[in-house]
Design a protein around this ligand. Sequence first.
Ligand code: NAP
Ligand code: MG
Length: 490
Amino acid sequence: MAIPENKLAFDGGWNYAPAPESTDHIVVKKRYGLFINGDFRAPEKGRYFDTLNPANEEKLSRVAMASQADVDKAVKAARKAYTGPWSRMKAKERGKYIFRIARMIQERAREFAVIESLDGGKPIRESRDVDVPLAAAHFFYYAGWADKLEYAFPGRKAKALGVAGQVIPWNFPLLMASWKIAPALACGNTVVLKPAETTPLTALKLAEVIADAGLPDGVVNIVTGAGDTGAAIVTHPGVDKVAFTGSTNVGRIIQKALAGTNKKYTLELGGKAANIIFADAAIDQAVEGIVNGIFFNQGHVCCAGSRLLVQESVADEVIEKLKDRMETLIVGDPLDKNTDIGAINSRMQLEKIESYLKIGQSEGGEMHQSSCSLPKSGYWCRPTIFTGVSQSSRVVQEEIFGPVLAIQTFRTYDEALTKANNTPYGLSGGVWTDKGSKIFKMTQGIRAGVIWANTFNKFDPTSPFGGYKESGMGREGGLHGLGAYVKLEA
Ligand code: NAP
Ligand code: MG
């Protein structure tokens, strides 16, 4: 059967007719207040900031800038809810509320997905198939634990910590909020959460869901703002536990601020993961894994496979196949279901990525980018690879957080391992080989929290996630994620 011309045409690259997701069914208000004590309210100082669509630089909404006084109110509301209804409620009942949030996220999945793509720039295929389903899955998973903590910690009594202060970044806004809120509630804590300045909208939508789910007032409070708001949460004396996901630099500031306090904390920070491809790997699958590892979500992924270590004998083949595959990647409108690579999250992030492209070239790296055209407005970066880089190159050592892959070769297992471990980070890694024995040997040698074998960037609520070295402290997800929100008594 002939393929209709408007559906698919081959002219050296693949061109698909646009298939944009509709925005008719979503509601984004012109202005959002702070979600404190079960209600949206104006910020004390009356200050608001714009949140933009990074794909066209148009304003989506104005969002409240929370001051110290607002944070104080949110923490007090969370404390009142903690000592009041939430800690008195039977665990089984608490679990029902969390289940209800999970189901309501599923019911409103399309709205969440579209708003996530509008506010953050990620392709709708990802927000629809990854972010939103995983967010619901985390609430489902932790809802199940709420009345089973005695099985999670046999022989010990797990007690809630109190008020959890949570600060999250812009790369997986709804998913990071879910990673943090679901286990906190399951363990009986209350929450004050701050989303990132550039992507506050899905957290505010989640606040609407939480209100509709009928949670007691103050159990979850969402305060929007920038770094100062985050700092006000982290340092507030009424906060018992801090959960932070973001850059290693801010993680360091937070760790210093918390030194000497009694606050429990987890830090999920940066990464510079290596995908390691042995000559005996299924090469086509490995190439697909590299593409997924670094170009997924524009490389805005802490555990992105931003380095490739490929065994010398197959390096030419892998790089050629990778370049071919890069040519087929569609960069453009995040709401188009054909799009592989969406918009870079903000102008600041684009400038950071572009500065690394210059650094990579000035250090002698050979840069190759796909030849695709880019939209006229908005923030965009073509998929990019660097070859001819050395272990000391900054594009090999430092986190770029964009669709930029640094490629090196290796000959022996030991060389691969030494290179893989030779960065300050240790969040994730990937191994591609036909031999199970090599997988076991490598995964035991790589100093990173998550290691995938013959796949990459797979997530599941049952699986703990977290870093070694400068990639962070503590684990989120799975049974381990519960431990961060309880104190254990005999
Ligand atoms: P960031 O600058 O560290 O910001 C993360 C969050 O912290 C944002 O909500 C931010 O507010 C807030 N913040 C900034 N300064 C603060 C301070 N002094 N005290 C308390 N909070 C503060 O990171 P980003 O640039 O948004 O995100 C990219 C970075 O996050 C990357 O480096 C990446 O490695 C890391 N990341 C790690 C993981 C992980 O799980 N390990 C996941 C995602 C991202 P505003 O942004 O609103 O100003
Ligand atoms: Mg935005």
